[in-house]
Write a protein that binds this ligand. Structure first.
Ligand code: HEM
Length: 401
């Protein structure tokens, strides 16, 4: 079965039929051809995230007929395969190799370090809102969410202040480029800058994340550092921007919930968790491959077959969340078993705390301290683009305040 982009991005009706069909359903993801086993039920998705019989690193499975979905997605974007090197980082590694690399940056994401970023993110959010309030209309993604996410992740990594705007332009070009040339130019911009940054920090370390990786006694290769920084820059922008825009839209679509949040702002943290469950911007997880012929939830999976899971699907599973199609900002997620918007297991989102902090600052400034945020176009005029392997994503969010 071919997963259409509209289905992948539809939290309410998209996955009901698939969930009923079975624990694993054979599908092709939007824009790709390699068949993949797809899990949509909450318990199965969680089990897959922890199942060591599946690996993400395709190189661990030598064999002539084993399809490489990762390479197919690169090709779908028009990216030459030589760029795989820059994209080979945490998300596609397993076991000790993954743990070794993750250990090199995990300290930068400690709560204390994230909290230290708060004042500068707040200052930027205030300045942006003050400036944008004077405009007739603006794009909430390009003019607010991107600059904010960019500031947060660039400060976290150690991108010099004077270079941060350029970094934002490159990553937007990479994420939203309309031709392979544009996408490659964005990627090369980030990679070229990163190589230079590593060289500068080698000569003069300053205690930032890059200096930390260089100083690590367990040697990090140049390629590992570049791929890691590229991953952090990419994940530091795309999901937070998508989440903020879809969270705002969702609240605008649910005026009763928005009114409740305004009258009880102490619900904001809980509302963010519910919005994460409800809109889950990373709709589909990474691909893994079966290392042996095996049985998963009663389904026979052969060595080398690709498996992935629907995070949005799991977060709308009625067996786990009562009335999942209902947005309820007072919903309790249940301790230890929350929504899966940040994934789970060894690959749990490194930037979850940073993302929540950004959302909290943004929703507070945009929706709670003022009540004037409105769409500047009709709800049905919003534009979406389909990303290979992922589905539809909002391209811009024209609003006024
Ligand atoms: C609302 C915003 C965000 C959402 C919903 C989100 C979601 C996710 C999900 C679902 C995964 C796991 C994917 C999988 O295993 O298949 C993930 C991994 C990751 N995220 Fe996030 N993310 C967000 C923001 C961020 C931010 C701000 C950063 C910071 C730079 C970040 C960095 C990462 C990294 C590095 C990984 C890979 C971890 C690993 O493989 O060990 N994310 N994220």
């Amino acid at each position: 079965m071919e997963l259409r982009p509209e289905l992948v991005s539809d939290p309410v009706d998209g996955y009901t039929a698939l969930r009923q069909e079975g624990p694993l359903v054979r599908v092709t993801l939007p824009g790709t051809q390699t068949p993949v086993w797809f899990a949509t039920r909450y318990e199965d998705v969680k089990a897959l995230m922890h199942d060591p019989r599946f690996v993400r690193d395709h190189r661990k499975l030598p064999g002539t007929n084993i399809p490489n979905l990762g390479e197919e997605m690169l090709a779908a974007y028009g990216l030459p395969l030589e760029y795989t090197e820059y994209l080979t980082s945490l998300v596609v590694l397993d076991g000790p190799e993954h743990a070794r690399l993750r250990g090199k940056v995990v300290r930068a994401f400690a709560m204390r370090r994230i909290n230290a970023l708060r004042p500068s993110i707040e200052r930027l959010a205030d300045a942006l809102v003050a400036e944008l309030a004077g405009r007739d209309r603006f794009d909430l993604m390009a003019d607010f969410a991107y600059p904010l996410a960019n500031k947060a992740v660039c400060d976290l990594i150690g991108v010099d202040e004077g270079d941060q705007e350029q970094m934002c332009d490159w990553i937007r070009q990479y994420v939203s480029g309309e031709s392979p040339e544009e996408i490659v130019a964005g990627l090369e911009g980030v990679v070229g800058y990163t190589k230079n940054l590593v060289k500068r920090r080698r000569d003069a370390p300053n205690g930032d994340l890059v200096s930390g990786m260089i100083a690590d006694p367990d040697h990090t290769t140049e390629a590992e550092m570049i791929a890691m920084i590229f991953l952090l820059i990419n994940t530091g922008h795309t999901p937070p921007v998508l989440f903020l825009s879809s969270a705002l839209l969702t609240l605008m679509d649910h005026p009763d919930q928005l009114a409740r949040l305004r009258s009880e702002p102490e619900l904001l943290d809980n509302a963010i968790q519910e919005l994460l469950r409800y809109t889950t911007p990373v709709t589909i997880g990474a691909t893994a491959y079966a290392t042996e012929d095996l049985e998963f939830a009663g389904v026979a999976v052969h060595r080398g077959e690709a498996v992935t899971y629907g995070l949005l699907a799991a977060d709308h599973d009625p067996d786990r969340f009562e009335g999942p199609a209902r947005l309820d900002i007072t919903r309790t997620q249940g301790s230890g078993e929350p929504h899966l918007a940040f994934g789970g297991g060894a690959h749990y989102c490194l930037g979850a705390a940073l993302a929540v902090m950004q959302a909290e600052i943004s929703l507070d400034r945009l929706l709670l301290r003022r009540d004037s945020l409105r769409l500047a176009v009709g709800r049905d005029e919003l534009e979406y683009a389909c990303w290979p392997g992922e589905g539809n994503h909002l391209v811009r969010l024209p609003v006024r305040i």
